[in-house]
Design a protein around this ligand. Structure first.
Ligand SMILES: [Zn+2]
Length: 249
């Protein structure tokens, strides 16, 4: 495992989200690599500091009184309100540092969670082809595939038949992503398989399409009508884009 791969997985490792093989790879790497070990310790420290509220410091009233008394003693003519303002301003700066730090950490954790999700999507796609387990229900009829999901999921994924447009519906499969069972709708274009992963999204905004390439696979991601969609295949990007366009129609 490389340093980059390890650093990408550190958050998930510390949150206990990796499977045992993933955890072992991370542990194995940090035993050999001081740089990643340092990163892991920093991250662990930061995470426990945030959890324990260790970043928040409330000055005792006695400290405030002592500081004000000391300044007044040194500078008797300066008005009291000036000290209060200085004190409030220092507190506000400290609070701002904490808030910005927390927001940056949250943002960083979110993007590393997305990296992990993308890796898991690619793994699921590869596994579905390697294990010769591309479908649980094999049918090019969307009236067979769609109801099949009905008894297994608490939402109804689309299972559009795109055979006439050159993307043959092969069937459906249950998979597990983002800590939940998800629908995988499978299409085929010449010898290439395409997995469409669908599950309900907390992000209800219909955002713009996102394209990624990972380990030789192309991915297209979008949100629509409360659902999140991930299309993944070794198919070239223009054809995968065409598939996404047809699915969205
Ligand atoms: Zn390393």
């Amino acid at each position: 495992m490389t340093c980059n791969e390890t650093k990408n997985l550190l958050n998930a490792y510390l949150d206990g989200e990796l499977d045992s093989a993933g955890s072992l790879s991370v542990e194995g790497h940090v035993q050999r690599c001081t740089s990643c070990l340092t990163d892991m310790e920093n991250l662990r420290g930061l995470s426990s500091a945030i959890q324990n509220g260790g970043l928040r410091f409330t000055a005792p009233p006695s400290l405030k009184r002592n500081v004000q008394a000391a300044i007044r003693a040194a500078n008797p003519e300066v008005k009291r309100s000036f000290f209060d303002w200085r004190w409030a301003s220092a507190l506000a700066s400290a609070a701002l540092v904490i808030v910005v730090g927390f927001a940056l950490t949250t943002q960083w954790r979110r993007s590393s969670q997305e990296t992990l999700l993308v890796d898991n999507i690619v793994s699921s796609h590869v596994r579905s082809m390697m294990a010769n387990h591309i479908t649980d229900v094999a049918s090019s009829d969307s009236h067979t595939v769609k109801p099949w999901f009905g008894g297994k999921l608490d939402y109804s994924p689309p299972a559009k038949d795109l055979t006439a447009q050159g993307f043959r519906l092969v069937g459906g499969r249950m998979d597990y992503l983002d800590n939940r069972p998800v629908a995988a709708v499978v299409y085929q274009r010449s010898q290439h398989f395409i997995n469409l992963f669908v599950w309900p999204s907390t992000n209800t905004a219909t955002g713009r399409e996102e394209e990624l390439a990972r380990q030789g696979y192309n991915l297209i991601h979008w949100n629509e009508s409360g659902m999140t969609y991930w299309l993944v295949s070794e198919l070239n990007l223009p054809e995968l884009r065409e598939c996404a366009r047809l699915l969205k129609q």
